[in-house]
Design a protein around this ligand. Structure first.
Ligand code: URA
Ligand code: CA
Length: 416
């Protein structure tokens, strides 16, 4: 792709037209090979973010991205993957993967690191003593086939185009584009060899898609691109207008996942409820009939999680002994009322900076959720790592009347 031709394509997209399928391939290949000018690609990405790309362009872009690296294959079983578009306190993968695996599903999960205010499954796993996530494709496939599940980080061999383009999008404020997000997410799932996929598209202040119409457009595009590879999917649009779990921060989120799978937390709360629902969708896609909930209550999911962690190098005795930071302080309500909002961006950023400053087991633990009634003196939030609680007061608002509650699952799309 020469500079002249790329300038013509940028102008085409600037004026709202489609870029031909074969040109997407040349652009992606050129960028990965360092022969496409970054300024030109950045400009094209902004034109895409402003004017959009259609379904066929998204498919062409996704195919080009998949072809930039290897594609994994599993000989023995159909493999199911699950992906979230990113949120705060979104520890669903650490729960849904072992739940589905305990039910007999083979789960190959390629996960990412934290982005902006959102958490990343890989960062969470790495707080566990001994755990490795940089698995070779061979080892990853072996674990999926023997233990039933594995969680690995994206390697340089799988979708290198996504790594590189994603970093450029992050720098140029071109992440929130329906077509670009769909291509980025679906390309990773196809390269990791999934036969069917459960997608969790987040909607709300803490998500890339702030309103339901945009989230639905992303969900529909993801289904359309996944289908173009001949793979079925189920998409759930779920609430990210407040943090999903009660504990925010890499280590605290892992401890919350352990507690849920050990049966120490009610399954009616938002995080376990969504994890069980998504695991059930994975079980359904695999054509099995087990109950996801039963996998938690029987302890089988926790057993499977420990098997997976041990196979990935974990020292289980050390893992079981982990506790939150001993430096802690609790913020209490200064008025009676209802919790009307908990800002997921403020919470995600506060937890990340606590972890950076005070270590993996610092962070925030919520004692309340949106809609709860509180009285003066009730505990709202425990801060681990820091000694001054009132600087976190702006993470939430208390009002005089009960807020309208948002549904946990706003919409479901069946892409089978
Ligand atoms: N998650 C991804 O993997 N890619 C995006 O573009 C957005 C969220
Ligand atoms: Ca996440």
């Amino acid at each position: 792709m020469d500079a002249q031709e790329l300038r013509r394509l940028i102008a085409l997209k600037r004026d709202g037209h489609a870029v031909p399928a074969e040109s997407w391939k040349a652009i992606v290949d050129g960028y990965v090979a360092d022969t496409v000018d970054e300024a030109q690609l950045a400009s094209l990405l902004m034109a895409v973010t402003l004017n959009g790309i259609d379904g066929n362009e998204t498919i062409a872009l996704t195919q080009a991205m998949v072809a930039s690296g290897e594609i994994l294959h599993y000989s023995k079983h159909p493999v199911i993957d699950k992906h979230s578009s990113g949120g705060v306190g979104d520890t669903v993968s650490l729960l849904a993967v072992p739940i589905a695996a305990a039910a007999g599903v083979h789960v190959a999960k390629l996960a990412g690191r934290a982005l902006g205010h959102t958490g990343g499954t890989i960062d969470k796993l790495e707080v566990l003593p001994g755990v490795r996530t940089d698995l070779s494709p061979e080892r990853f496939i072996e674990l999926v086939e023997t233990i039933g599940c594995a969680i690995a980080s994206q390697s340089a061999k799988l979708v290198p185009a996504d790594r590189k383009i994603y970093a450029l999008r992050d720098r140029t404020a071109t992440v929130p584009s329906v077509g670009l997000i769909a291509a980025s997410i679906v390309s990773k799932k196809i390269a990791a060899g999934a036969d069917a996929i459960v997608y969790d598209v987040k909607v709300g202040r803490g998500a890339f898609m702030h309103d339901l119409d945009r989230a639905k457009a992303l969900a529909e595009r993801i289904v359309c691109v996944t289908k173009s590879f001949g793979k079925p999917s189920l998409v759930f649009i779920t609430d990210m207008d407040e943090p999903l779990g009660r504990q925010i921060g890499d280590g605290l989120e892992v401890l919350e996942a352990f507690a849920i799978l050990r049966g120490e937390q009610p399954l009616t709360e938002r995080l376990p409820k969504l994890a069980v629902r998504l695991a059930q969708a994975m079980i359904d896609l695999a054509g099995l009939s087990a109950s996801a909930k039963e996998m938690v209550t029987s302890g089988k999911a926790f057993e499977r999680l420990e098997m997976m962690l041990e196979a990935q190098g974990a020292d289980l005795v050390a893992c079981r002994a982990l506790v939150p930071s001993s430096v802690q302080t609790t913020l209490r309500a200064e008025s009676d009322g209802y919790i009307t909002s908990i800002d997921p961006v403020a919470v995600g950023e506060a937890a990340r900076s606590l972890v950076l400053k005070y270590g993996s087991f610092a962070g925030l633990q919520w004692h309340v959720a949106v809609g709860d009634k509180v009285r003066i003196g009730d505990p709202l939030l425990t801060v681990y790592g820091d000694e001054i609680a009132n600087q976190y007061v702006s993470c939430l608002t208390i009002g005089v009347s009960a807020p309208t509650l948002r549904p946990l699952i706003a919409f479901e799309l069946d892409g089978r």
